[in-house]
Design a protein around this ligand. Structure first.
Ligand code: UDP
Ligand code: MG
Length: 313
């Protein structure tokens, strides 16, 4: 029996390149032994992305669209996309061809060898700024030190997961998911294939610094309690410092150093604010979870059978 591979592609304002992506993928899948379904999750694009994909639906019966009611974010788009897949294995990739389709057969080969998850490891990244590469490298290394999971370095969301893993992923209900962390957390037999990450074919990155910071914070706060524990340390420091200073002042009798006092005060205040900030990020997550809002809202779907139309989360 022919295997089916579902490809999940989150799309946000990709009108400049989406046609090329579809053409390239259709050409690629026509040469593969497996059957492919291409699921485009439109994350509230404000440009002509959906229109362009819709036009392609008429030409190719393997294209499906999940249209969000607004921009919910890349990680949620992936999470939603997984729920709409029906393939024996699922591949998640960027809609800008930064993740080359030629890597998919290598992933499938590993899957056939018995691996449940095959992630793409970026051995080279083209066309990305030094700033992006540097901050990404720093993030992955800090994350490894902090997190309770051992996430492989330099991997993004380009990966293959088999049906078992995708089903398990659907049991996770985090509001601000950090998908690559979740996949690591799930376990199973995981391996990697190295690949050369290309420059995006068209348009600008849809990951401005603000979204990168949110992603990093979601990653750390969902998989590490260490920053929270640091708060104890931070609040301990000024207290201890103050105590030592007091003993010193008593011993030397020099209760005059106004400036030192101010410096100490500012220093303590800084630490308190920092601690509050860390608290805030965890509380934010708790609040999101407690609110229990649906994680995304689908406006429309195209190309699915009835089972998929009952999905809501
Ligand atoms: N994307 C999305 N929602 C967003 C931001 C990005 O669905 O809010 C999509 C985007 O269209 C692309 C993928 O997620 O297919 C990765 O984004 P991008 O390529 O801009 O990130 P980069 O590769 O520069 O890190
Ligand atoms: Mg990209």
């Amino acid at each position: 029996m022919t295997e089916t591979i579902s490809v999940v592609l989150p799309v946000f304002n990709e009108e400049a390149g989406i046609k090329t992506t579809i053409d390239t993928l259709e050409k690629f899948v026509s040469k593969q032994p497996e059957h492919y379904e291409l699921i485009f999750v439109d994350d509230g694009s404000k440009d002509r992305s959906v229109e362009i994909i819709n036009a392609e639906v008429k030409l190719h019966d393997n294209i499906k669209i999940v249209e969000f009611s607004r921009n919910f974010g890349h990680q949620i788009a992936i999470t939603a996309g997984l729920q709409y897949t029906s393939g024996d294995a699922v591949v998640v990739m960027d809609a800008d061809l930064q993740d080359p389709p030629e890597v998919i057969p290598r992933m499938i080969e590993k899957w056939h060898q018995g691996y449940d998850i095959v992630y793409g490891k970026r051995e080279k990244r083209d066309g990305e700024t030094i700033f992006k590469k540097f901050t990404a490298a720093m993030f992955y290394r800090t994350f490894q030190k902090l997190a309770t999971i051992n996430m492989p370095l330099d991997t993004g969301d380009f990966r293959l997961m088999n049906r078992k893993v995708v089903n398990q992923m659907q049991r996770l209900h985090e509001h601000d998911p950090f998908v690559r962390g979740q996949v690591t957390w799930i376990g199973f037999k995981q391996t990697s294939v190295e690949y050369h990450r290309h420059e995006r074919i068209a348009g600008e990155t849809k990951y401005p610094l603000s979204k990168m910071i949110k992603l990093s914070l979601d990653g750390i706060t969902s998989f590490s309690m260490k920053p929270l524990q640091l708060v104890n340390l931070f609040s301990g420091l000024p207290l201890l410092g103050g105590l030592i200073y007091l003993i010193y002042l008593i011993a030397t009798g020099g209760f005059t150093a106004m400036t030192t006092g101010i410096t100490l005060l500012l220093f303590s205040l800084g630490l308190i604010f920092l601690s509050l900030g860390i608290f805030g990020s965890y509380l934010g997550r708790v609040l999101d979870q407690v609110n229990n809002r649906p994680r995304f809202i689908v406006r429309n779907t195209v190309g699915f059978d009835e089972r998929a139309s009952s999905i809501h989360h």
